[in-house]
Design a protein around this ligand. Structure first.
Ligand SMILES: Nc1ncnc2c1ncn2[C@@H]1O[C@H](COP(=O)(O)OP(=O)(O)OP(=O)(O)O)[C@@H](O)[C@H]1O
Length: 606
């Protein structure tokens, strides 16, 4: 019922059109009595065959018109029923699959053990419910309007006959409504008994050999007979309800006929014409009787079947309550980060790239990560950003463990700009607003100036100008990606060697822009030039990572001094020359205060 009500209110327009066409389809019921009365009173009784034929012709034409109007109701009926069917089907399939995949102890799995079979069976049941629902809805609609037409027609033709027609009808309908709950109960009991009997029979037949082997024939026979008797009892109870339904039809449709015939002399004395009485009889016999019979027997039986089937489908649509999450999601509160004992390897048998790494970052701190090429800087960046889950150890962002942060919160909390940043075809504004769609125009303009993108913006016609990624230089692509990260809400920004695409001046400008922006910045550096200006530097050397200020590392870590020396002498990127890697191999433990431990430790800073 809830589903039907929801369907009708959701599609008011279709419900109104359905009412309109059903009203037209019921029109013959209204016209038929009057047309017959005219044919009798002014045709047959006055010996005017043409008038009689005219009256009968109107009757026939109105019937044809009613049939045509009846045909128009179906598309609107479908408009109401089809969405209901879709919804029911979705709920039932979802509910079944949810229960099938729920933990076995918490929820019952489908009895045949196969969700696919259960879904297929329920889908067929939904189709049956859809058909039954459409039929019942139509029946109910037509009944209400037909009865209204009969009562209105009788009131016009022979007002004194209205109580004779409407009185028994109302009593019959009241009885029908009062009996409905008991009938539903009996129908359900009959359904259950039938299913139990079928189940018992299948079980007995499939276990026949075992039953004979155990000598349990008598027991099996008793069980089967019990099920048969229960089925018989419930079927009889249902049959008695069917008999009552026949009585209701007799009361609602046949007794008015009898009453009008018995009261005919009296009605004649009170001024009713013979034609009017024939008209009322036509209303009762040709219109009211079929309508009541259809309602009580048609609606009665299949509505009950529908109610029981819908009840079962509702049970199938029930979704298991999700078990309470023992680890509810957490949100990062700031841009701080903490890595503790991080071990990460690309594959089960592979040598770990990060092996027991510790690192803590305060909110707002700027860290530069240096080290030879291939040492694990990008891997560290991906672990820090929650893109690579570590094999062991704990990673936290803003006080929340990374694996407890919901995806959408993580996306907002941090941004990683990769070595080869991505620019998509679209306007410059769309590219820059990608992570922060609500950025106002003035903030966009400020960011362009801050990062040195104003030249590009001018060239392509402002932030609404189209960006063609293929025509941008790698430096411009890097700047677009950097500006995108700059405008985001992320409190942790990780820049993976992206500034290598920029010249030293542009790199400095970007660095200063990010200095003014609130939040933590981790820069994986290809040049040592960034290190002296960072709050801290992390040197990855494969076995003994070290952190500290540039000055402290320079003084205490030979590898670091070597890297800076290479840079100072104008050598190419030491990481890429391989000099760093060699130096890493040569460096001795204990060179810096936090390198003395045998366990690699990036914290604390000296
Ligand atoms: N997807 C991957 N699958 C397997 N091994 C990988 C993968 N990505 C990186 N590696 C290996 O992990 C190690 C660390 O790589 P990573 O890219 O983190 O180093 P890096 O210090 O960032 O290097 P570079 O400075 O050259 O970017 C390297 O030996 C690399 O070959």
């Amino acid at each position: 019922m809830r589903l039907i009500r929801a369907g009708l209110t959701a599609n008011r327009a279709a419900a109104l059109r359905l009412t309109w066409w059903t009203l037209l389809a019921a029109a013959p019921a209204l016209v038929s009595g009057k047309a017959l009365a005219v044919a009798v009173d002014q045709g047959f009784l006055l010996d005017r065959p043409r008038t009689a034929a005219l009256g009968l012709g109107v009757f026939a034409l109105s019937t044809l018109g009613g049939a045509w109007a009846g045909r128009q109701t179906y598309p609107w009926l479908a408009e109401i029923v089809e969405p209901l069917r879709d919804r029911l089907l979705r709920d039932v399939v979802t509910g079944t699959l949810h229960r099938a995949t729920a933990p076995p102890d918490a929820f019952r799995t489908p009895s045949d053990g196969s969700a696919a079979v259960a879904v297929a069976r329920l889908t067929r049941q939904v189709e049956a419910v859809r058909d039954a629902l459409a039929g019942q809805l139509m029946l109910l609609w037509q009944f209400v309007l037909t009865v209204a037409a009969v009562v209105a027609g009788t009131a016009v033709l022979a007002p004194a006959a209205v109580p004779l027609v409407a009185g028994p009808l109302l009593v019959a309908l009241a009885l029908f409504a009062a009996l409905a709950p008991a009938t539903v109960r009996r129908q359900r009991a009959a359904f259950d008994a039938e299913e139990a009997l079928a189940g018992r029979t299948v079980a007995t037949v499939t276990a026949l050999r075992d039953i004979v082997a155990c000598g349990a024939q008598e027991h099996a026979r008793r069980d089967a007979l019990d099920a048969v008797h229960t089925h018989l009892r419930t079927a009889r109870a249902l049959a008695s309800v069917s008999a009552l339904r026949r009585l209701i039809v007799a009361l609602g449709a046949h007794s008015p006929l009898l009453l009008v015939v018995l009261a005919a002399p009296d009605l004649r004395e009170r001024g009713m014409t013979a034609g009017a009485i024939v008209g009322v009889l036509a209303y009762v016999l040709a219109t009211l009787e079929p309508a009541v019979r259809l309602l009580v027997q048609g609606l009665g039986a299949s509505w009950l079947r529908l109610a029981v089937a819908a009840e079962r489908l509702a049970e199938a649509a029930r979704r298991p309550e999700p078990p309470p999450d023992p680890h509810p999601a957490l949100r990062p509160v700031d841009g701080s980060a903490a890595l503790t004992g991080i071990v990460f390897a690309y594959g089960p048998g592979a040598e770990p790239v990060l092996d027991g790494l510790d690192l803590t970052l305060a909110d707002g701190e700027h860290l530069v990560v240096v080290g030879p090429s291939g040492i694990g800087k990008s891997t560290l960046a991906a672990v820090l950003a929650g893109m690579l889950p570590p094999d062991s150890g704990r990673a936290a962002l803003g006080g929340a463990p990374l694996d407890r942060i919901a995806r959408h919160d993580l996306v907002r909390a941090r941004v990683l700009v990769p070595q080869d940043p991505y620019v998509f075809a679209g306007t410059l504004g769309e590219n820059l607003r990608y992570l922060a769609p609500d950025t106002p125009d003035h903030a966009l303009t400020d960011a362009l100036m801050e990062l040195g993108l104003d030249g590009l913006a001018e060239r392509i016609g402002g932030t609404d100008g189209a960006v063609d990624p293929a025509t941008l230089s790698s430096g411009e692509r890097a700047l677009v990606a950097l500006a995108r990260a700059y405008l985001s809400d992320a409190r942790l920004v990780v820049l993976d060697e992206v500034t290598r695409h920029l010249d030293a001046a542009a790199e400095r400008r970007v660095e200063e822009a990010f200095r003014r922006r609130p939040g933590t910045v981790v820069t994986l550096a290809h040049r040592m030039s960034l290190a002296p200006r960072a709050d801290r530097v992390l040197l990855l050397d494969g076995t003994h990572p070290s952190t500290g200020t540039h000055a402290a590392l320079l003084a205490q870590v030979p590898l670091y001094a070597e890297l800076v020396g290479h840079w100072g002498t104008g050598a190419a990127d030491p990481g890429r020359t391989g000099a760093g890697r060699t130096a890493a191999g040569l460096s001795s433990p204990g060179a810096a205060s936090d390198r003395s431990s045998s366990r690699p430790a990036a914290d604390p800073a000296p």
